[in-house]
Ligand binder design. Structure first.
Ligand SMILES: [Zn+2]
Ligand SMILES: [Zn+2]
Length: 278
């Protein structure tokens, strides 16, 4: 299973997840041109993308969905409420497939499940994507003001996590935004701070977690270095040996190999993925 952020931040988010030969994008908040260009940088052909899964309607997650879906024939998976509020972005020619929260749906060899988050959108979702052959699971939670019990439960047992680390509390407080915007970002339906991302990472840590990619890092109220330091600090005494990296707005991350990272995190010891079923 492999994962890469094509780009992430308040100006656009798109994540590539590949499992069992199936590739999907979680969100397409970059222009279609940028999505095509960045996939090419990762040596991924647009023909190889099976679908776009949309987490919520905000423009930084949906900017490219209409053009990309029409240009490359990608179906768009979204919740019914998100589809309703996204109708202005769509021409009617796209193939829209709606799904329900907390029910599993399949795209090729990926099993996908969506969970409600706390964020000021119509139907904001976190998603997990599981490779049906290997059981490897990737969890994605960006755009959440607080990690609710639902989200924390959903993300347990993931082998790779993409977590929002939007702002540093002090940089947000002292930053350039007017007070109501600061209140919105820092509020329970806004965005996750470095501190809360670090607490969440520590809570979700387990021996087979291979990597944590910090995402949606604010350019105004954060620095990648601070986001990373917060999570590194929270995991310092845990013996965690997995990856901690930060996605940026300007360029794709490497294509992380989840299986290899999990192997590294466990120190090469082989754990039975389904041992609790035996
Ligand atoms: Zn966003
Ligand atoms: Zn949002």
């Amino acid at each position: 299973m492999r994962v890469a952020a094509l780009g992430s931040g308040s100006r656009g988010n798109s994540l590539l997840v590949e499992g069992g030969g199936t590739r999907v994008l979680v969100d397409a908040g970059l222009s279609a041109r940028q999505i095509g260009r960045r996939l090419a940088m990762l040596d991924v052909a647009t023909e190889g993308i099976a679908a776009i899964v949309v987490t919520h309607e905000h423009r930084d997650h949906t900017r490219g969905i209409g053009v990309a879906a029409r240009r490359w024939g990608w179906p768009i998976y979204m919740s019914r409420r998100t589809a309703t509020v996204c109708s202005a972005l769509l021409s009617g020619e796209e193939e829209i497939r709606t799904f329900e929260r907390e029910t599993t749906f399949s795209v090729g060899n990926l099993e996908i499940r969506a969970f409600l988050t706390s964020h000021d959108a119509a139907d904001p979702l976190a998603v997990t994507l599981t490779d049906s052959a290997t059981g490897l699971k990737v969890g994605v939670a960006t755009d959440l003001g607080r990690p609710t019990g639902t989200v924390r439960d959903a993300l347990r047992g993931c082998h790779f996590l993409v977590l929002e680390a939007n702002h540093d509390d002090l940089l947000l407080r002292d930053g350039p935004y007017p007070w109501p915007v600061k209140e919105r970002i820092g509020g329970s339906r806004g965005h996750l701070s470095n501190r809360m991302a670090a607490e969440l990472a520590a809570e979700l840590l387990h021996p087979e977690l291979g990597g944590i990619l910090l995402a949606h890092v604010s350019e105004e109220c954060n620095e990648g270095r601070l986001a990373r330091e917060a999570v590194v600090g929270a995991l310092a005494d845990t013996g965690y040996r997995g990856l901690i990296d930060v996605a940026t707005q300007e360029r794709p991350t490497p294509l992380y190999d989840v299986s290899a990272l999990r192997h590294r995190a466990t120190g090469g010891r082989q754990f039975e993925l389904f041992s609790d079923l035996l």
